[in-house]
Design a protein around this ligand. Structure first.
Ligand SMILES: [Zn+2]
Length: 305
């Protein structure tokens, strides 16, 4: 009898240990991505700095990304920077380009003083407030680059065109080798996503005000699949002007051209690009053009003139 009881106790103990192990494994599997992201971010360093509950920070970030597009806007900086840049674009009343007046003069510009881009697949394509992409344009070679992202899960914005994605992998690889931990936040964005973002903003602050921060549909470089917004732990995985002053932002500014990228909206080029300084937005143009643009300190508009 005593022996049986002992055996029962042992069986019960083994059963409980097995049950706990199974539960731990299930939880581990369910939160695998979050746990991996957590470790990535621990490696990214700086977590020791303020001793915050970092897991909470990460969760907030993931949730922020999941809850809407607000964090992923291009030309949208939550920083308390002055909005002192005058909108120099013509005054428009139409948000959407569908059904717009396509009458063009000899130069190819329509009534709005804008023109449709005819070679959207060109690596050197120029997209800005006067040159827009067709609503139906979507690159046919979009892939997800194998780099660290600031968020989890599958998403349209993880994509880039193949050539740009491969260059981004090299770029991030070199950064990490040098102890610079940068994260991809927002790449390809469809016309409709951009339209949604712009309209959402315009409904709150009006079109003109919205256009200082967010590109109109068709006018965002993100639709080309050649741009990526990048971030770091030092700016709370957000898009902020002060990213340019962090060691990650400085490294990006000094090295992006070696991999074929430019800081598309440089400081002091606002009157040419039409947008405020965006140290986080890199655009793939190929190594030759990137080096030339970097060496001469010019904007893409000036390079293509
Ligand atoms: Zn961007």
């Amino acid at each position: 009898m005593g022996r049986n009881k002992k055996r029962d106790n042992r069986s019960t103990r083994i059963f409980f240990i097995a049950a706990i192990l199974i539960v731990v494994m299930c939880v581990g599997f369910l939160f695998k991505n979050r746990i991996m992201l957590f470790f990535d971010k621990v490696v990214a360093g700086a977590m020791i700095e303020n001793g915050n509950d970092d897991m909470d920070d990460i969760d907030e970030n993931i949730l922020a990304d999941e809850k809407g597009m607000d964090d992923t806007n291009d030309h949208m900086d939550d920083d308390d920077e002055d909005d002192d840049m005058d909108d120099d674009s013509p005054d428009h009343t139409k948000i959407d380009r569908d059904g717009k007046n396509q009458d063009k003069d000899d130069t190819g510009y329509d009534d709005d003083g804008k023109r449709l881009i005819e070679d959207p697949d060109d690596i050197l394509v120029l997209v800005n407030k006067t040159r827009y992409l067709d609503a139906d344009y979507k690159p046919n070679d979009l892939v997800v680059p194998d780099v660290k992202f600031s968020f989890d899960g599958e998403h349209e914005k993880k994509h880039m065109r193949r050539e740009a994605a491969e260059a981004l992998e090299e770029f991030f690889g070199q950064a990490h080798e040098e102890g610079i931990y940068i994260f991809a936040l927002s790449g390809y964005r469809s016309y409709n996503t951009q339209k949604w973002l712009f309209e959402n903003r315009a409904n709150k602050v009006g079109e003109e005000e919205a256009n200082k921060l967010i590109a109109r549909p068709g006018e965002s470089e993100h639709q080309t699949g050649l741009a990526m917004d990048i971030t770091s732990q030092s700016v709370q995985f957000d898009l902020k002007t002060k990213f340019g002053e962090t060691k990650e932002g400085e490294w990006v500014r000094d090295n992006a051209h070696r991999f074929g990228f430019i800081i598309r909206f440089a400081k002091d080029k606002e009157n040419i690009t039409g947008y405020n300084y965006e140290p986080w937005h890199i655009r793939y143009v190929g190594k030759e053009a990137a080096k030339d643009i970097y060496d001469r300190g010019i904007a893409l508009e000036e390079y293509l003139k």
